[in-house]
Ligand binder design. Structure first.
Ligand code: NAD
Length: 360
């Protein structure tokens, strides 16, 4: 049981079970993986999807928790990383009661873990959790993080276009894959700044909306091959893989989607080919900065300044990647792991959000 936990260098894993009186054959099961609290309390979303087994749920929680530690560390936040997964029970269940129970689970950790929205959870679920614990960073009083993610990604794109490729926005062409919460707002930022934008989404209504804003639309299977200066993946993970590297027709890749590269080798190959990539978990950290900042009671100015600093971190990283001839994704993981190891957080101060939260 300890092997995967050791493998992911995870500090702690908490398992919770509840047997509902009205359906004892469908127990509620949740795992909270606390990857690291060396820089601060472990923040990360709560995933609520079906899993084949408890082992699968644990693996997912461990992998995602490590990613959250790296994301917070690279963005310069005094936060650790964690992740919760709730295995979706079979059959009928009382959703509100389930998230009430989960709220109590989070509360039992006394702030060591701060939860947030993730795949399968909604803001109403977070509001239910928030009735039972204050350690929640994405309830409705905090608001939607997507505009902040989109802003951070836009700033990173502007930086790469201007500082790395030497292009003014008005002379640039960008392809956006995915027009969801982040992709649509990013498209708006790009168009507002005179960038030529080509987009795709599997949802035709969203394509039409982007077209009415001034973007051109191509079929989803054509977006990666577009001849553009920069590609912005904002839909799914694993979109760049060994099988489609030859089809890419861009000089840089900067987008919101998590885990855009199928694996680290893909990043090494892009580095060899001279295609600039921005680590996804750095450039999409605007939403995390916003949510954790609101949780801690930061002012809007402080949140905005911290999001602005993402671009400085990106600049440092791209320079080091060039100087040391190391693929930027590999370097990002290294630097994030060093920053996590160097953390000096004192767990006794887990209560940092208390005063601020009630004034939100
Ligand atoms: P979303 O679910 O709102 O949007 C995703 C969009 O991608 C949808 O419009 C969907 O129709 C489209 N899509 C799906 N498959 C596609 C395909 N094959 N081709 C083109 N489009 C396709 O998600 P979001 O909140 O906008 O997030 C986008 C990505 O950014 C995700 O990977 C998410 O994990 C990541 N991210 C989001 C945030 C945030 O603040 N929302 C923060 C960090 C990372």
């Amino acid at each position: 049981m300890f092997d995967p936990i050791v493998q992911h260098r995870c500090e702690a894993v908490h398992s919770f079970v509840h047997i509902p009186d009205n359906n004892p054959d469908a127990p509620w099961r949740a795992v909270i993986a606390v990857h690291s609290t060396r820089r601060g309390p472990a923040l990360g979303g709560c995933r609520f999807v079906p899993y084949q087994s408890g082992d699968d749920a644990l693996q997912d929680a461990l992998r995602l928790a490590q990613g959250m530690s790296r994301k917070a560390a690279l963005a310069g936040l005094d936060l650790g990383g964690g992740k919760a997964v709730i295995m979706m029970p079979e059959g009928v269940f009382d959703r509100q009661a389930l998230f009430r129970w989960f709220g109590h689970c989070v509360e039992r950790l006394s702030g060591e873990y701060i939860t947030a929205m993730d795949a399968g959870t909604q803001v109403e679920d977070m509001d239910e959790i928030f009735r039972h614990t204050r350690h929640v960073a994405s309830h409705s009083q905090i608001g939607d993080p997507s505009p902040h993610t989109a802003r951070g990604v836009w700033q990173a794109i502007r930086y790469v276009l201007h500082e790395v490729l030497g292009l003014a926005p008005t002379k640039s062409r960008v392809a956006v894959q995915g027009l969801g919460h982040v992709g649509m707002l990013l498209t708006q930022h790009l168009l507002d700044n005179g960038v030529q934008v080509v987009v795709s989404d599997v949802n035709s209504d969203r394509c039409q909306q982007a077209q009415s804003m001034g973007a051109s639309v191509v079929a989803p299977e054509q977006i990666l091959q577009q001849k553009v200066d920069l590609l912005a993946p904002c839909a799914l993970g694993g979109v760049i893989h060994a099988g489609n590297l030859d089809e890419l027709n861009c000089q840089a890749i900067v987008g919101a989607a998590n885990n855009q590269l199928e694996d680290a080798d893909c990043g090494r190959e892009l580095h060899q080919r001279g295609i600039v990539i921005a680590p996804d978990y750095l450039v999409n950290a605007g939403g995390l900065v916003f949510a954790s900042g609101r949780y801690q009671g930061w002012s809007d100015e402080r949140i905005a300044a911290q999001i602005d600093s993402i671009t400085e971190h990106l600049g440092d990283l791209l320079r080091q990647s060039q100087q040391r001839d190391i693929a930027v994704n590999v370097l990002a993981d290294q630097l994030a792991d060093e920053a996590i190891a160097a953390g000096h957080y004192q767990p006794a101060t887990h209560d940092m959000g208390k005063e601020a939260l009630w004034s939100l």
